[in-house]
Ligand binder design. Structure first.
Ligand SMILES: N[C@@H](CCC(=O)N[C@@H](CS)C(=O)NCC(=O)O)C(=O)O
Length: 275
């Protein structure tokens, strides 16, 4: 008798588990299947939700959307937080093709839409532009990530985004691990900040009184440099980086405001808190 009752209970539990699993899979599938097919000849930009004081907390999302605006390419935002096949954001879909990575997206779109934002610049200027993009995306980027996830004790930006303690803890662990493997994480906070402020100084010295990175007209690399600098200007409150771009290297702030005003008239509608 006891044996029969025991197997009945097991059967109920097993049925319950299977039902809940099927239900969860069904909900997940229903959620992930697009409500409507993507329009043809329109770039679908997969990205995260709104940022706090800038339209995205991801420099790469801000870069790619700025590029789409600068190039007048028709696009639609999908704030679905879906990651690319490489596990990163942003990525695009265009007429059924998927392209991960902001830089590969730009190369793909340049070819598809016959765009060359660098056409006015010499090979040597383009090379300098590329080097500054790398400085921003491969160096200042780590400072931004570590500041947000580790150095800022209050996790200000993540808290304002409403991220729970556990998620913030996971992000902190992830940032520390990847920075360690990259190598930059072997340095102290003071050293990482010193490196980043040196990068900001180099950018400030190079931009000087110019309106954009290479001169009076924007180039392709402005999108990436803006994507990174906008994070420092607006989304790293209380950091040394923010102080540097607002005080000592204030031309960087002016540079960001110039690009924001030119390409982002809807900025305030795209942020959680206007500044
Ligand atoms: N090289 C990539 C970098 C993209 C990237 O690192 N995105 C971050 C957000 S800023 C991301 O998706 N991180 C998630 C993760 O690493 O798991 C690009 O240019 O798109």
């Amino acid at each position: 008798m006891a044996e029969t009752t025991g197997s009945c209970v097991s059967l109920y539990i097993a049925t319950g588990v299977v039902t809940v699993t099927v239900l969860l899979l069904y909900i997940r599938r229903a959620k992930s299947s697009p409500a409507e097919p993507h329009p043809r000849d329109t770039v679908m930009l997969h990205q995260l939700g709104k940022g706090v004081h800038a339209p995205s907390i991801s420099p790469f999302v801000l870069k790619l959307e700025t590029y789409l605006r600068m190039s007048n390419i028709p696009y639609k935002n999908l704030f679905d937080k879906k990651m690319s096949s490489k596990g990163k954001t942003p990525w695009i879909e265009y007429n059924g093709e998927q392209v991960p990575d902001s830089e590969f997206c730009i190369e793909y779109l340049n070819a598809k839409f016959n765009v060359d934002l660098n056409s006015k610049f010499s090979q040597s200027d383009r090379a300098i532009g590329r080097a500054f993009r790398k400085l921003a995306e491969e160096d200042v980027y780590w400072y931004i990530g570590l500041s947000r996830c580790v150095y800022d004790r209050h996790r200000t930006i993540f808290s304002r985004l409403g991220l729970r303690w556990l998620i913030r803890k996971i992000l902190e662990r992830k940032a520390l691990t990847s920075a360690w493997h990259h190598g930059i994480g072997r340095h102290s906070e003071t050293e990482v900040t010193h490196i980043a402020v040196g990068d900001l100084k180099a950018l400030s010295d190079f931009i000087g009184d110019k309106r954009f990175l290479l001169g009076d007209t924007p180039c392709q690399e402005d999108c990436a440099v803006f994507g990174i600098l906008a994070q420092v200007v607006w989304q790293m409150p209380g950091s040394d980086g923010e102080r540097a771009v607002n005080e000592k290297y204030a031309n960087l702030r002016r540079y960001c405001v110039r690009i924001k005003d030119k390409y982002w008239p809807d900025w305030d509608d795209r942020v959680l808190e206007s500044v």
